[in-house]
Every structure is written in C-alpha cells, then in structure tokens.
Ligand binder design. Structure first.
Ligand code: PLP
Length: 478
C-alpha cells in the first residue's frame, strides 16, 4: 500500500515513511492510493473478534511495510484492558470501546477510556508504539514539538512518555487550561517530557510552533517532528472503532448504522468516511459542530469558508473550537473524484485566506453519495443535552459528546427510521467539570486512581511568548 498526496505533486510513499512527518512536500495530505476493500466474508469473520485482533485486521490493510508479526506485537501491546481501563462501572474494559445503549436504537460508543480520558488516546497510544518501533529500526531519534489547548497535548505526552528515541516539547497557554488538564500534563515525571507554559493564548503557542518549524536549519539539526491531527496513522487507527461500533450496535452484517461525531478538525469523522469507503455498511455520518460551524455550513450549503483565527469563538466544548478543519482536504479529494488539480484549485483560495463554493458544480450533485448530514449545537443545547441524558438515561456525558448527541437526536427525528444511531463519546465529563457543574449543579465523578491528581508535584517551565527562548530551551535538551 502506497500513499499519495491530495495535491498530486509529491511522489508516493510507504506507510513508515509518512509516519513521522506531517504535510506532504507539496502541501497536501497523504491518503492511500486506493481504499482497501472489506468483503462480506471478512465482515462476517471480524464480527466476533476482540478489539486488538480487529485492529490488526484493519491496520494490516493500511500498513504493508511492517512485518506481520511485528505489527501484531505492536497492536496487541497498544489495545489492552489495562491501558483503556477507565470505563463506566459495569462495562467490560476488555471491550476497549464498550457500547452503552441509551434507548432502543440510540447508543454511546465509549472512546475515552484511555489514560487521558479523551478519544485521542485511541490513536495516539498506537502512534507512540509505532514511533518507537520505526525509530529504533532506523537508529534515529525525534523531538516532537506541539501546541495544545488541552486534549491533544496530554494524549501525546501519555503516548510518548518513556519511549526510546522520542522527546516531547509541549507548549500550552499559561493559566488557561482546566486544573485537571494542567495536572494531567504537568505531573508526568518522565524525563523525556517537557512542558512549556507560554504567557499568552493558544494561538501564541501555535505561532511559536509554526515559526520553529519554518526554520529549516533548526528543524533538521534538532530533528523536530509533530504528532498533529493530520497524521495519517492517527486517522487509520480511528477507522478500527467504526468497525467495532458497527458490530456492537447490530446483529448481522445486513444492517446499517449511523454514526454521530462531535467534530473539530475533521479527524475523527474522516476515519468514519474511510471506513464507509472500505465497505462498512454506514447509512449516515452525522457531523456535529459547536458554535464554530465551518463544517456544518459546508455540508448544508456547499460553501467552505474557513474563518479568521480571530473569529473563532471560545466555547464550552473547547476541543471543537476551530477556524478551519485541517483534515477536511482528505474528504475534498474524494469528493473531487481524486482529481488533485481540482483540490489544488480549491486550496489555492483556502491557503490565501479565502473560500470555495461548490454550488452549481457537479461536485455539489455528488455530495449526497457520501452520506453526510450535519448540525450545530450551542452552549444552551449542550447544557440541556447533558441534563436530559442524566435525567432520562442516568448517563453523564461531557460537553463535546453532548454536541454529538444533540445533533444525533435532531437527525433521528427527521431521518432513517430503524437505523441504529451510534454517538461517539469523545471525552469523559471530569475533564470539563465547570460545564458539568453549570448543567447539573454537581461534580462529575472520576476514576478512583485519579483522586488527588491536582495535588501531585508539577513540572513546567513558564516562558514568555518568545521564539528565541523556546528554541534555546529545546537546543539545550534535544
Ligand atoms: C479533538 C476532540 C474533538 C474533535 O475531533 P476532530 O478529530 O478534531 O474532529 C472532539 N471532542 C474532543 C473531546 C476532542 O478532544
């Protein structure tokens, strides 16, 4: 299996060659040259597999340059009940992604039972093990530089902690994350993890990362890498749980399922799109945004209009606060019939701060084939949905999952009767205690092992928003 760029002007590469990088050299994103197909016989054989075995079946279709026995060892080591143990009481942690039925035909797929209590652990834990394996094979090392407003940074740190050949330098806005998120990251004792709190906003952190990455000499000299949401291996790892969720919500492979996905950078739902393209019987992909509705606007109107960073609203589902959806180009490539020249034309406008408009084009006519619907959710919707889920089902959900459930319910009222709806649970409520208090007037519970997390000693370097100072810090430790 080789990977090609959505912009069509970079040579095809193998999986391990795109694993450690970000964008393709031509500025595009990597995708498989063709989506591997899943036969009915395979679906039948996969239905009863435990998570790690299913993950191996799916991933070996995408990863053909790691020997089968090595890939198996990596996958088995990644998806253990021990790592994904923070499930709801009464659920089986060895399911890795247990399914909770809210009412007949409406389910919650728990994806947030990993070490940082957000779905990003599902892919990031695999990435940590893949990085270590490939770096060791090649006798190389890497220094990962990232910026986080919360979930991504902690997932990356917990995936990379203690890994040979890997150091992590993670920038976060000083004083702006929740106490829980801060404690999660800053209490890690591992010598290869460096937390840098920047006196500024998340955008200042991201600007520093960009300017360090644009310094080609520094980047090469200190082997600077990234683990951002456009990494193909993260998307591939996420494809697995769409299969798992499908099997859990159905009795036979004649049935169809709809998935509702709280979306920001289009990474999670992109994996759902890939699963459907492989042949998983997906009736509908329900995309939910918060007040930052760039993607909802596209799927309703055919106009993709990324916002200026300054226009991005700060909301109570902060991990979905995006101005443009970095993975959306992958879907656009398929919508364009995989014509890279068309994607280049669309993105020549996007990269210049503009938009593109598919109204009246053949692409608009093709859009329904891809089976997306979308909707938005507001702060008031979020609170009402958290309350309703608690009162009606006795299930506590986080603000992002509430956005997904809200849009799922709107679609269920309008949409395909009889098709089970699976809402992806993207984080646990304890990460966003303030909104839970506002909705319910009570504290979210937390896993017993995480009691007292905030009281642990913390390691963090507080710095001004100064590129030179960050570079000097890295140079002294890389
Ligand atoms: C990252 C994140 C999202 C958005 O996922 P995308 O892949 O960026 O669409 C939603 N909810 C939570 C809790 C997240 O951490």
């Amino acid at each position: 299996m080789m990977y090609i760029s959505t912009r069509g002007q970079s040579p095809p590469r193998a999986f391990c060659d795109i694993l450690l990088g970000g964008l393709a050299p031509d500025g595009g994103l990597y995708l498989p040259e063709a989506y591997p197909q899943v036969t009915r016989a395979e679906l039948d054989a996969w239905r009863a597999l435990p998570y790690h075995a299913l993950a191996l079946r799916v991933l070996e279709k995408f990863i053909t340059d790691i020997p089968a026995c090595d890939l198996k060892a990596i996958v088995v080591r990644t998806y253990t009940a021990q790592t994904y143990r923070w499930c709801r009481p009464g659920r089986d942690a060895s399911d890795i992604t247990p399914l909770t039925t809210l009412e007949p035909g409406l389910h919650l797929l728990e994806l947030s039972n990993g070490p940082t209590l957000a779905f990003k652990d599902m892919a990031m834990q695999l990435l940590g093990n893949l990085f270590e394996y490939v770096l060791e094979k090649r006798g190389e090392s890497i220094n990962i530089l990232g910026a986080t407003s919360g979930d991504t940074g902690s997932a990356a740190e917990y995936a990379m902690r203690g890994k040979r050949g890997v150091k992590v330098f993670m920038l976060s806005p000083h004083g702006l994350m929740s106490d829980f998120q801060r404690a999660q990251m800053y209490s890690l004792p591992d010598a290869n993890i460096f937390n840098i709190a920047i006196r500024g906003m998340f955008d200042d952190c991201q600007d520093i990362v960009k300017s360090v990455s644009n310094d080609a000499d520094f980047k090469a000299r200190y082997r600077i890498g990234a683990v951002n949401s456009i990494n193909w291996a993260r998307v591939a790892a996420q494809v697995v749980y769409y299969f798992k969720g499908y099997f859990a919500a159905t009795r036979s492979n004649d049935e169809q399922v709809a998935f509702a996905v709280p979306s920001g950078n289009f990474g999670n739902i992109c994996a759902g799109h890939v699963a459907r393209m492989m042949g998983l019987p997906v009736a509908r992909l329900v995309l939910a945004t918060n007040e930052n509705d760039v993607l909802d606007e596209f799927f309703r109107s055919g106009v993709y209009r990324p916002r200026a960073t300054a226009e991005t609203r700060v909301t109570s589902s902060p991990s979905m606060d995006i101005s443009k959806a970095s993975n959306f180009e992958r879907f656009a490539f398929d919508l364009a019939g995989r014509d890279a020249a068309v994607v280049r034309e669309w993105w020549s406008s996007v990269d210049a701060g503009g938009s593109f408009d598919l109204r009246g084009t053949p692409y608009m006519a093709r859009l329904p084939e891809f089976r997306f619907v979308s909707g938005t959710s507001s702060h008031a919707d979020r609170l009402a949905t958290i309350r309703a889920a608690w009162e009606k089902y006795g299930v506590l959900i986080d603000p992002h999952t509430a956005d997904g459930l809200k849009v799922a319910q709107v679609h269920r009222e309008l949409g395909e009767a009889g098709v089970p709806m699976v809402v992806l649970e993207t984080a646990q409520p304890v990460k966003f205690a303030e909104t839970i208090r506002e909705a319910l007037g009570r504290e979210p519970g937390r896993p017993r092992e995480l009691e007292g997390l905030e009281a642990l000693p913390q390691r963090v370097e507080v710095m001004e928003a100064d590129v030179g100072a960050v570079k000097a810090f890295i140079a002294a430790r890389a």
